[in-house]
Design a protein around this ligand. Structure first.
Ligand code: PLP
Length: 434
C-alpha cells in the first residue's frame, strides 16, 4: 500500500476541513487498518489510507472521526446518501423475514422491484443479478442467444457486437472485451471474439461495421468512466435507426447514468429514444449490490430455463432495498430534487471553470448529478487536496475530475463542496505538458 500522497497545493483550512475529535491515541487508526488490508487483500485496488467507518446523508466519517463531504457517492451508487432511514427500515424489515432462497422459489421483493422497473420504463421483463458487469453480460448473452434462436430458422449467424472507444461495461471477460479502453484488456487475451470498437459519436463508423453478423450495438447514453462524455446531438437516435435498419439489438448501459443520476429516471428519456435492452446497477440498490437487465417480453423469450442464471440474482434483501430506493425517487420527491441540485452543481462548476480558466479546466460538462471537469493535468493531486479539505471526488478517463454525489445532497452541501473545489483548483499547479 502506498503512503498518503502529498497534494501539490497549499491548502488553507475551510469550513469542511476534517476535524479530529481525538488527536492523541486515535491518530494512526486509519493507517493501522489500511496496513492490515495491504497484507491480506489482492492489490488490484489502491485505496486511500482512509478507513471509512460510517456515513450519514452526504457525509462519511473515518476511523479517526474525520468527516468528509461525499461528492462521489460510492461511484454513483449512494443514491439516497448514507444510512437513509427508509432504506435502513426496508433492509431491517426484510432481514427479519427472509434473506435468500435462490430462484428455484418465488420471492415477492424481486417481483415488486420488476413491477416498479416495468411500470416506469419501456421494459416488460427483468433479469436480476448482482453488478453492472453481470447485467451487461446478461444483455450481451441475450443478444447472441436471441439471434441464435432466430438464425436457426433463417441460416444467419449474428454474434458480433459493436461498442465504442472509451466505453466501460465491466470486468468479466465478455464485458471487458466490449469495454473500449485497451489498458483494461492487457494480459487477459484472447478476448471474446466478434467485437468491433468504433469512435464515440461516429455514426458512419458504426454503419461501416454493421453487417449480417451483427448481434447488437452496446452504448452508454453518457460515457461515465470514459470521462463524462455526452453523446453528440442525435447520436443515440441515429444508433436506433441503424440498429433497426440492420436488424440488430440496441443495448443501453445505464449502469452509471440510470436511476435519476442525470435528471430523469433513465438517461435515455432525454434523448427520446428507446433501446431493446437496458442495464442497471449502481444506484439501483442505493448501496446494496444489485444489477438488472431489462428488456421486452419478445426478446426475453430467448432466455428459457437453463440458459442463464445467478445464484444471488433477485436476492430478497437487495430487492427490498431497491424497491425503497425507487419509491423514494418517484414518490418521495428525490428525482425532482436531484434535477434542481444537478443544475446548481453544473452552474457552480461552469463558474469555477470560467474563473480558473482554460489553463487548468478545459471543459465543464455532464448532466444532472453526474458532472466532469476536464483538467489540463492529472486529477490525482486535486483529488488528494480535496480530501485533505474534507471533500471526496473521483477521476474519470482523460484527466477528468468526476462528481457523482448522492441525489439527496442539499444546496448548502453543494455550495460547501464547490467552495473547496474552487480553492483547490485556484491553487493547483499542473506541470506544463512536454
Ligand atoms: N457499466 C458502466 C457504464 C459502468 O460505469 C460500470 C462501472 O463503473 C459498469 C458497467 C460495471 O459495473 P460493476 O462494477 O458493478 O460491475
Amino acid at each position: 500500500m502506498s503512503a498518503k500522497t502529498e497534494p501539490s497545493v497549499k491548502t488553507e483550512p475551510t469550513k469542511t476541513q476534517p476535524v479530529k475529535s481525538e488527536p492523541t491515541d486515535s491518530e494512526s487508526r486509519n493507517s493501522e487498518i489500511a496496513n492490515r488490508g495491504s497484507h491480506v487483500l489482492v492489490g488490484n485496488y489502491a485505496p486511500a489510507p482512509v478507513a471509512l467507518v460510517r456515513g450519514e446523508g452526504s457525509w462519511l466519517y473515518d476511523a479517526e472521526d474525520n468527516r468528509f463531504l461525499d461528492l462521489m457517492g460510492g461511484i454513483a451508487t449512494a443514491t439516497l446518501g448514507h444510512a437513509h432511514p427508509k432504506l435502513r427500515a426496508a433492509l431491517e424489515a426484510q432481514a427479519s423475514q427472509l434473506w435468500h432462497v435462490s430462484n428455484l422459489y418465488t420471492t415477492e421483493p424481486q417481483i415488486g422491484l420488476a413491477e416498479r422497473i416495468t411500470r416506469n420504463s419501456f421494459a416488460e421483463a427483468v433479469y436480476f443479478c448482482n453488478s453492472g458487469a453481470e447485467a451487461n453480460e446478461a444483455a450481451l448473452k441475450l443478444a447472441r442467444r436471441h439471434h441464435h434462436d432466430r438464425g436457426a430458422k433463417s441460416g444467419e449467424e449474428r454474434f458480433e457486437i459493436i461498442a465504442f472507444d472509451g466505453a466501460f461495461h465491466g470486468r468479466t471477460l465478455f464485458t471487458v472485451s466490449v469495454t473500449g479502453t485497451p489498458a483494461y484488456w492487457k494480459g487477459f487475451g484472447p478476448l471474446v471474439p466478434g467485437i468491433h470498437h468504433v469512435p464515440w459519436g461516429d455514426l458512419e463508423a458504426v454503419r461501416e461495421k454493421l453487417s449480417i453478423k451483427t448481434a447488437a450495438i452496446i452504448v452508454e447514453p453518457i460515457q461515465g468512466e470514459g470521462g463524462v462524455r455526452l453523446p453528440p446531438p442525435g447520436f443515440l437516435k441515429g444508433l436506433r435507426a441503424l440498429a433497426d435498419e440492420n436488424g440488430c439489438l440496441l443495448i443501453f448501459d445505464e449502469v452509471q447514468v440510470g436511476m435519476g443520476r442525470t435528471g430523469t429516471l433513465f438517461a435515455h428519456e432525454q434523448e427520446d429514444v428507446i433501446p431493446d435492452v437496458m442495464t442497471l446497477a449502481k444506484a439501483l440498490g442505493g448501496g446494496i449490490p444489485i444489477g438488472a437487465m431489462c428488456t421486452t417480453r419478445e426478446l426475453a423469450a430467448a432466455l428459457v430455463p437453463g440458459t442463464h442464471a445467478s445464484t444471488f440474482g433477485g436476492n430478497p434483501l437487495a430487492c427490498a432495498v431497491s424497491c425503497a430506493v425507487f419509491d423514494e425517487l418517484l414518490e418521495g420527491g428525490v428525482l425532482d430534487h436531484a434535477k434542481s441540485m444537478g443544475e446548481r452543481l453544473g452552474e457552480g462548476l461552469d463558474a469555477i471553470a470560467a474563473e480558473v480558466g482554460p489553463g487548468k479546466v478545459i471543459d465543464s460538462r455532464g448532466r444532472g448529478l453526474l458532472r466532469g471537469l476536464e483538467l489540463t493535468g492529472p486529477p490525482g493531486p486535486v483529488i488528494d487536496a480535496c480530501r485533505e479539505l474534507g471533500v471526496l471526488v473521483i477521476s474519470a478517463g482523460g484527466n477528468v475530475l468526476r462528481l457523482a454525489p448522492p441525489l439527496t445532497i442539499s444546496e448548502e452541501e453543494i455550495d460547501e463542496g464547490l467552495a473547496v473545489l474552487r480553492q483547490v483548483l485556484s491553487e493547483v499547479e499542473f506541470a506544463p505538458s512536454a
